[in-house]
Write a protein that binds this ligand. Structure first.
Ligand SMILES: [Zn+2]
Length: 312
Protein backbone atom coordinates (compact mmCIF):
# COMPACT_ATOMS: atom_id res chain seq x y z
CA UNK A 1 0.00 0.00 0.00
CA UNK A 2 1.23 3.48 -0.87
CA UNK A 3 -0.12 6.72 0.54
CA UNK A 4 -0.29 10.01 -1.33
CA UNK A 5 -0.86 13.33 0.44
CA UNK A 6 -1.74 16.41 -1.59
CA UNK A 7 -1.05 19.22 0.88
CA UNK A 8 -2.85 22.24 -0.57
CA UNK A 9 -3.24 25.78 0.67
CA UNK A 10 -6.34 24.92 2.71
CA UNK A 11 -6.70 21.14 2.86
CA UNK A 12 -4.82 17.88 2.75
CA UNK A 13 -6.36 15.45 0.25
CA UNK A 14 -4.91 12.03 1.00
CA UNK A 15 -5.39 8.65 -0.67
CA UNK A 16 -4.22 5.08 -0.23
CA UNK A 17 -3.51 3.09 -3.40
CA UNK A 18 -2.67 -0.58 -3.72
CA UNK A 19 1.00 -1.26 -4.43
CA UNK A 20 0.25 -3.90 -7.06
CA UNK A 21 2.11 -2.44 -10.03
CA UNK A 22 -1.14 -1.50 -11.79
CA UNK A 23 -0.76 1.14 -14.50
CA UNK A 24 -3.90 2.92 -13.32
CA UNK A 25 -4.12 2.65 -9.56
CA UNK A 26 -7.47 3.43 -7.99
CA UNK A 27 -7.58 5.07 -4.58
CA UNK A 28 -8.98 2.53 -2.12
CA UNK A 29 -9.43 5.08 0.66
CA UNK A 30 -9.46 8.86 0.80
CA UNK A 31 -9.43 11.32 3.69
CA UNK A 32 -9.43 15.11 3.81
CA UNK A 33 -8.19 17.31 6.63
CA UNK A 34 -7.38 21.01 7.00
CA UNK A 35 -3.73 21.70 6.13
CA UNK A 36 -3.07 24.15 8.95
CA UNK A 37 -0.35 26.80 8.70
CA UNK A 38 3.30 26.70 9.65
CA UNK A 39 5.69 23.76 9.93
CA UNK A 40 4.28 22.25 13.13
CA UNK A 41 0.60 22.32 12.11
CA UNK A 42 1.25 21.07 8.60
CA UNK A 43 3.41 18.20 9.86
CA UNK A 44 0.89 17.25 12.57
CA UNK A 45 -1.99 17.21 10.07
CA UNK A 46 0.00 15.25 7.48
CA UNK A 47 0.87 12.64 10.12
CA UNK A 48 -2.80 12.50 11.17
CA UNK A 49 -3.91 11.96 7.55
CA UNK A 50 -1.40 9.10 7.19
CA UNK A 51 -2.55 7.56 10.49
CA UNK A 52 -6.20 7.66 9.44
CA UNK A 53 -5.44 6.03 6.08
CA UNK A 54 -3.30 3.41 7.80
CA UNK A 55 -6.25 2.60 10.10
CA UNK A 56 -8.70 2.47 7.17
CA UNK A 57 -6.49 0.13 5.15
CA UNK A 58 -5.49 -2.01 8.13
CA UNK A 59 -1.83 -1.68 7.11
CA UNK A 60 0.39 -0.43 9.96
CA UNK A 61 2.39 2.70 9.13
CA UNK A 62 5.70 0.83 9.25
CA UNK A 63 4.45 -1.70 6.68
CA UNK A 64 3.53 0.87 4.04
CA UNK A 65 5.59 0.79 0.84
CA UNK A 66 5.92 4.57 0.77
CA UNK A 67 4.33 7.90 1.56
CA UNK A 68 4.43 10.57 -1.13
CA UNK A 69 3.66 14.22 -0.61
CA UNK A 70 2.66 16.85 -3.14
CA UNK A 71 3.17 20.41 -1.94
CA UNK A 72 2.89 23.79 -3.67
CA UNK A 73 6.10 25.73 -3.95
CA UNK A 74 9.76 25.13 -4.56
CA UNK A 75 10.58 21.50 -3.81
CA UNK A 76 13.86 19.59 -4.02
CA UNK A 77 12.48 16.18 -4.87
CA UNK A 78 15.82 14.45 -4.27
CA UNK A 79 16.19 15.68 -0.67
CA UNK A 80 12.53 16.20 0.28
CA UNK A 81 13.23 19.81 1.28
CA UNK A 82 10.63 22.50 0.64
CA UNK A 83 12.24 25.86 -0.08
CA UNK A 84 9.13 28.04 -0.09
CA UNK A 85 5.48 27.11 0.23
CA UNK A 86 4.14 30.55 1.07
CA UNK A 87 0.48 29.55 1.47
CA UNK A 88 1.43 26.88 4.00
CA UNK A 89 3.95 28.98 5.92
CA UNK A 90 6.79 26.58 5.09
CA UNK A 91 10.24 28.09 4.54
CA UNK A 92 13.23 25.83 3.95
CA UNK A 93 11.61 22.88 5.69
CA UNK A 94 13.01 19.32 5.71
CA UNK A 95 9.48 18.02 5.08
CA UNK A 96 10.55 14.60 3.78
CA UNK A 97 12.99 13.91 6.64
CA UNK A 98 10.55 15.08 9.31
CA UNK A 99 7.65 13.01 7.98
CA UNK A 100 9.86 9.95 7.50
CA UNK A 101 11.06 10.27 11.11
CA UNK A 102 7.54 10.59 12.49
CA UNK A 103 5.95 7.90 10.30
CA UNK A 104 8.81 5.39 10.04
CA UNK A 105 8.19 5.08 6.29
CA UNK A 106 10.19 6.19 3.23
CA UNK A 107 8.82 9.57 2.16
CA UNK A 108 9.12 11.34 -1.16
CA UNK A 109 8.18 14.96 -1.73
CA UNK A 110 7.12 16.40 -5.07
CA UNK A 111 5.85 19.74 -6.30
CA UNK A 112 2.03 19.53 -6.36
CA UNK A 113 1.63 20.29 -10.07
CA UNK A 114 4.26 17.68 -10.95
CA UNK A 115 2.43 15.24 -8.67
CA UNK A 116 -0.87 16.01 -10.43
CA UNK A 117 0.78 15.45 -13.81
CA UNK A 118 2.04 12.05 -12.68
CA UNK A 119 -1.36 11.23 -11.16
CA UNK A 120 -3.19 12.15 -14.37
CA UNK A 121 -0.75 10.09 -16.46
CA UNK A 122 -1.38 7.04 -14.27
CA UNK A 123 -5.07 7.40 -13.45
CA UNK A 124 -6.12 8.31 -17.01
CA UNK A 125 -3.90 5.57 -18.53
CA UNK A 126 -2.36 8.11 -20.89
CA UNK A 127 0.16 6.97 -23.45
CA UNK A 128 3.51 8.58 -24.15
CA UNK A 129 4.36 12.02 -22.81
CA UNK A 130 1.94 14.52 -21.31
CA UNK A 131 1.73 18.01 -19.93
CA UNK A 132 -0.68 18.80 -17.14
CA UNK A 133 -1.82 22.41 -17.39
CA UNK A 134 -2.95 23.58 -13.98
CA UNK A 135 -5.39 26.49 -14.23
CA UNK A 136 -5.86 27.44 -10.61
CA UNK A 137 -5.24 30.75 -8.87
CA UNK A 138 -2.04 30.72 -10.92
CA UNK A 139 -0.94 28.90 -14.06
CA UNK A 140 1.74 26.20 -14.23
CA UNK A 141 2.38 22.96 -16.04
CA UNK A 142 3.77 19.62 -14.92
CA UNK A 143 5.53 17.38 -17.41
CA UNK A 144 5.62 13.59 -17.53
CA UNK A 145 7.95 12.62 -20.35
CA UNK A 146 8.30 8.92 -21.14
CA UNK A 147 6.81 8.07 -17.76
CA UNK A 148 9.15 10.26 -15.72
CA UNK A 149 8.46 13.63 -14.13
CA UNK A 150 10.64 16.30 -15.75
CA UNK A 151 11.63 18.74 -13.03
CA UNK A 152 14.56 20.48 -14.70
CA UNK A 153 17.88 21.59 -13.26
CA UNK A 154 16.23 24.09 -10.90
CA UNK A 155 12.77 22.58 -10.53
CA UNK A 156 11.38 25.18 -12.91
CA UNK A 157 10.44 22.95 -15.87
CA UNK A 158 6.85 23.72 -16.84
CA UNK A 159 6.63 27.06 -15.00
CA UNK A 160 5.15 28.61 -18.12
CA UNK A 161 2.89 30.92 -16.12
CA UNK A 162 5.87 33.24 -15.84
CA UNK A 163 6.66 33.47 -19.52
CA UNK A 164 6.01 37.15 -20.34
CA UNK A 165 3.57 37.45 -23.26
CA UNK A 166 2.71 41.17 -23.09
CA UNK A 167 5.45 43.79 -22.50
CA UNK A 168 2.74 46.32 -21.58
CA UNK A 169 0.74 43.88 -19.46
CA UNK A 170 -0.05 43.76 -15.76
CA UNK A 171 2.74 43.32 -13.24
CA UNK A 172 3.08 39.78 -11.94
CA UNK A 173 3.83 38.71 -8.37
CA UNK A 174 7.10 37.25 -9.71
CA UNK A 175 8.38 40.75 -10.53
CA UNK A 176 8.02 40.51 -14.29
CA UNK A 177 5.43 42.21 -16.45
CA UNK A 178 2.74 40.63 -18.62
CA UNK A 179 3.31 37.02 -17.56
CA UNK A 180 0.96 34.41 -19.04
CA UNK A 181 -0.43 33.92 -15.52
CA UNK A 182 -1.67 37.54 -15.52
CA UNK A 183 -4.06 36.79 -18.40
CA UNK A 184 -4.82 33.06 -18.05
CA UNK A 185 -5.57 31.99 -14.47
CA UNK A 186 -8.11 32.36 -11.68
CA UNK A 187 -6.30 35.47 -10.43
CA UNK A 188 -6.33 36.83 -13.99
CA UNK A 189 -10.10 36.30 -14.17
CA UNK A 190 -10.50 38.19 -10.89
CA UNK A 191 -8.40 41.08 -12.25
CA UNK A 192 -10.17 41.15 -15.63
CA UNK A 193 -13.65 40.88 -14.10
CA UNK A 194 -13.72 42.49 -10.63
CA UNK A 195 -16.58 40.93 -8.70
CA UNK A 196 -17.59 39.93 -5.21
CA UNK A 197 -18.57 36.48 -6.52
CA UNK A 198 -16.77 33.52 -5.00
CA UNK A 199 -15.68 32.26 -8.44
CA UNK A 200 -14.67 35.22 -10.64
CA UNK A 201 -14.00 33.06 -13.70
CA UNK A 202 -17.51 31.60 -13.47
CA UNK A 203 -19.00 35.10 -13.04
CA UNK A 204 -16.99 36.32 -16.04
CA UNK A 205 -18.16 33.48 -18.31
CA UNK A 206 -21.77 33.92 -17.16
CA UNK A 207 -21.67 37.65 -17.95
CA UNK A 208 -20.08 36.96 -21.34
CA UNK A 209 -22.77 34.36 -22.10
CA UNK A 210 -25.35 37.06 -21.28
CA UNK A 211 -23.75 39.25 -23.95
CA UNK A 212 -22.02 41.83 -21.73
CA UNK A 213 -19.50 43.43 -24.11
CA UNK A 214 -16.81 44.02 -21.49
CA UNK A 215 -17.18 40.45 -20.29
CA UNK A 216 -16.89 39.15 -23.86
CA UNK A 217 -13.61 41.11 -24.22
CA UNK A 218 -12.31 39.80 -20.89
CA UNK A 219 -13.26 36.24 -21.87
CA UNK A 220 -11.33 36.71 -25.12
CA UNK A 221 -8.21 37.72 -23.16
CA UNK A 222 -8.57 34.77 -20.76
CA UNK A 223 -9.30 32.22 -23.47
CA UNK A 224 -6.51 33.44 -25.77
CA UNK A 225 -4.12 33.18 -22.80
CA UNK A 226 -5.09 29.55 -22.16
CA UNK A 227 -4.70 28.81 -25.89
CA UNK A 228 -1.24 30.44 -25.75
CA UNK A 229 -0.31 28.12 -22.89
CA UNK A 230 -1.44 25.09 -24.92
CA UNK A 231 0.57 26.23 -27.96
CA UNK A 232 3.62 26.95 -25.79
CA UNK A 233 3.53 23.42 -24.33
CA UNK A 234 3.12 21.86 -27.76
CA UNK A 235 5.99 23.86 -29.26
CA UNK A 236 8.42 23.27 -26.38
CA UNK A 237 7.83 19.65 -25.36
CA UNK A 238 5.49 18.41 -28.13
CA UNK A 239 3.60 16.07 -25.83
CA UNK A 240 0.85 13.73 -27.04
CA UNK A 241 -1.70 14.94 -24.53
CA UNK A 242 -2.30 18.17 -22.63
CA UNK A 243 -4.52 17.60 -19.61
CA UNK A 244 -6.27 20.68 -18.23
CA UNK A 245 -6.84 20.59 -14.48
CA UNK A 246 -7.01 22.95 -11.50
CA UNK A 247 -9.95 24.91 -10.15
CA UNK A 248 -10.82 26.50 -13.50
CA UNK A 249 -11.19 23.09 -15.15
CA UNK A 250 -14.52 22.84 -13.29
CA UNK A 251 -15.84 25.33 -15.89
CA UNK A 252 -15.73 22.41 -18.32
CA UNK A 253 -16.85 23.02 -21.88
CA UNK A 254 -17.84 26.60 -21.08
CA UNK A 255 -14.11 27.29 -20.95
CA UNK A 256 -12.81 24.57 -23.24
CA UNK A 257 -15.24 25.32 -26.08
CA UNK A 258 -13.89 28.86 -26.54
CA UNK A 259 -10.31 27.62 -26.01
CA UNK A 260 -10.77 25.12 -28.85
CA UNK A 261 -12.15 27.97 -31.01
CA UNK A 262 -9.05 30.07 -30.18
CA UNK A 263 -6.83 27.12 -31.15
CA UNK A 264 -8.75 26.79 -34.44
CA UNK A 265 -8.17 30.52 -34.99
CA UNK A 266 -4.40 30.01 -34.45
CA UNK A 267 -4.49 27.10 -36.90
CA UNK A 268 -6.38 29.08 -39.54
CA UNK A 269 -3.59 31.66 -39.59
CA UNK A 270 -0.72 29.17 -39.84
CA UNK A 271 -0.44 25.93 -41.73
CA UNK A 272 2.44 25.03 -39.40
CA UNK A 273 0.25 25.39 -36.30
CA UNK A 274 -2.60 23.65 -38.13
CA UNK A 275 -0.31 20.66 -38.77
CA UNK A 276 0.18 20.26 -35.01
CA UNK A 277 -3.56 19.65 -34.44
CA UNK A 278 -3.47 21.17 -30.96
CA UNK A 279 -7.19 20.92 -30.20
CA UNK A 280 -7.17 17.15 -30.57
CA UNK A 281 -4.52 16.81 -27.85
CA UNK A 282 -6.52 18.70 -25.23
CA UNK A 283 -8.44 16.80 -22.55
CA UNK A 284 -10.01 17.81 -19.26
CA UNK A 285 -9.01 16.12 -16.03
CA UNK A 286 -12.06 14.03 -15.02
CA UNK A 287 -14.05 15.81 -12.31
CA UNK A 288 -13.37 14.45 -8.84
CA UNK A 289 -10.12 12.68 -9.73
CA UNK A 290 -7.62 13.46 -6.94
CA UNK A 291 -4.74 13.63 -9.42
CA UNK A 292 -2.17 15.24 -7.14
CA UNK A 293 -2.81 12.78 -4.29
CA UNK A 294 -2.67 9.77 -6.63
CA UNK A 295 0.47 11.19 -8.23
CA UNK A 296 2.07 11.76 -4.83
CA UNK A 297 1.38 8.11 -4.02
CA UNK A 298 2.88 7.00 -7.32
CA UNK A 299 5.91 9.25 -6.79
CA UNK A 300 6.82 6.67 -4.17
CA UNK A 301 7.33 4.18 -7.00
CA UNK A 302 9.39 6.51 -9.21
CA UNK A 303 12.81 4.96 -9.70
CA UNK A 304 14.59 8.29 -10.07
CA UNK A 305 13.73 9.50 -6.58
CA UNK A 306 15.93 8.50 -3.71
CA UNK A 307 13.75 7.76 -0.69
CA UNK A 308 14.37 9.88 2.31
CA UNK A 309 15.97 7.68 4.97
CA UNK A 310 13.64 6.49 7.67
CA UNK A 311 15.14 7.48 10.98
CA UNK A 312 12.92 5.70 13.48
ZN1 LIG B 1 5.27 36.07 -13.40
Amino acid sequence: MRLGLDIGGTKIDAVAVADDGARSPRPVHRVRLPSGFGTDEVLDNAVEAARRLSALTGVPLGRLASVGVGVPGVVDATTGRVGHAVNLGLVDTALGDELARRLGVPVRVENDVNAAALGAWHAMSLQGSIAYLNLGTGLAAGLVLDGQVRRGAHGAAGEIGHVPVDPAGAWCACGQRGCLETVASGSAAARLWPTTALHPARALLDAAADGDHLAVQARRTLVDGVAQAVRLLALTVDVQTIVVGGGMSALGDELMGPVREALAHQAAASSFIASLDLASRLVLLPAGLPAAAVGAAMAGAQADLVPVATLS
